[in-house]
Design a protein around this ligand. Structure first.
Ligand SMILES: CCCCC/C=C/C(=O)SCCNC(=O)CCNC(=O)[C@H](O)C(C)(C)COP(=O)(O)OP(=O)(O)OC[C@H]1O[C@@H](n2cnc3c(N)ncnc32)[C@H](O)[C@@H]1OP(=O)(O)O
Length: 286
């Protein structure tokens, strides 16, 4: 209930802000963690420092921004990128999955599902400009897009690394990975929790193109121009034909998936694994 009220408030505040900024001449709207520019090809920038982790607030604002773009019939495509230097997204927020109660885990997971379904089944053209590290949920965001351009910086890695955290990528993460890179590569990468360098990601098909870092946005824009030249109705029907079965697979078992997640993440052994992983992240800093 509280979240629904927050969501209504954000939508309202978001549309007021949108109007105000339009008067200033820049066609954009924003909430705290997501900035959307609608001048030229729409660009959605995640800005939840330090690492663009997908906290509940960030997920909510992301979903609301997408909803607003979907409702604007003049917007046919969106470039998804990050405002945090060197990070596309660190994925799901570990602090939403650690040390909380089952009701919180269920609420969080419902919102993860909702964002995924909205992104994956979007009628808009989605191109990701991956300008930084993109593990797990970050990779998931990119995989939802129709085309992925990654910056050629060996420090940036991408992949579903859940098994390294002692957790398991849900079946719908796995389905999308299989759809993208094939069963054998997905099986190996999921078991090993592989984080691919840009060159490896290109080779295996996790991304479609790798370009010098200063060209990632211009390349994403030129890809968008090419995709925008295709008639919407035929492209959208084709996208739906390709993605419907994967989305339906979750839609028909959303509640069960929430229950599974909640009971899995609540286990002492899983909480211990997450604790160790968080400690490792802290120690890395020295
Ligand atoms: C059934 C269960 C299924 C659940 C499916 C799960 C999907 C997921 O997405 S789980 C999350 C997986 N994400 C990761 O493994 C990424 C972990 N983070 C990193 O590897 C790095 O932080 C980095 C490469 C993204 C960035 O490195 P760097 O620039 O060196 O920044 P720091 O490591 O110093 O991090 C800064 C700050 O942020 C905290 N943090 C990092 N990632 C997360 C996260 N995913 N959630 C929450 N918080 C995160 C990190 O702990 C640092 O915090 P402070 O020490 O308090 O500054």
């Amino acid at each position: 209930m509280a979240l629904a009220a927050a969501r209504r408030l954000l939508l309202h505040a978001g549309s007021r802000l949108g109007r105000r900024e339009a008067v200033d001449g820049a066609r954009r709207f924003a909430n705290k963690r997501v900035l959307v520019e609608t001048e030229g090809p729409a660009v959605m920038k995640l800005r939840n420092p330090p690492v663009n982790s997908l906290s509940l607030e960030c997920l909510t604002e992301f979903t609301i921004s997408l909803e607003k773009l979907e409702n604007d019939k003049s917007i046919r495509g969106v470039i998804l990128t990050s405002e945090c230097p060197g990070i596309f997204s660190a994925g799901l927020d570990l602090l939403e999955m650690y040390g909380r109660n089952p009701a919180h885990y269920a609420e969080y997971w419902k919102n993860v599902q909702e964002l995924w379904l909205r992104l994956y089944t979007s009628n808009m053209i989605l191109v990701s400009a991956i300008n930084g590290a993109s593990p797990a949920g970050g990779c998931l965001l990119a995989l939802c897009c129709d085309y992925r351009v990654m910056a050629d910086n060996p420090k940036y890695t991408i992949g579903l690394n859940e098994s390294l955290l002692g957790i398991v990528a849900p079946f719908w993460f796995k389905d999308m990975y299989v759809n993208t890179i094939g069963h054998r590569e997905a099986e190996r990468a999921l078991q090993l929790g592989t984080l691919f360098s840009p060159a490896e990601a290109l080779k295996v098909g996790v991304v479609d193109e790798v370009v010098p870092e200063d060209q990632v946005h211009s390349k994403a824009r030129s890809v968008m121009t090419k995709w925008l030249a295709i008639p919407d109705h035929s492209r959208q029907l084709t996208k739906n034909m390709m993605r419907k079965a994967t989305a339906d697979n979750l839609i028909k078992q959303r509640e069960a998936d929430i229950q599974n997640f909640t009971s899995f993440i609540s286990k002492d052994s899983i909480q211990k694994s997450l604790h160790m992983y968080l400690e490792k992240l802290k120690q890395k800093k020295g």
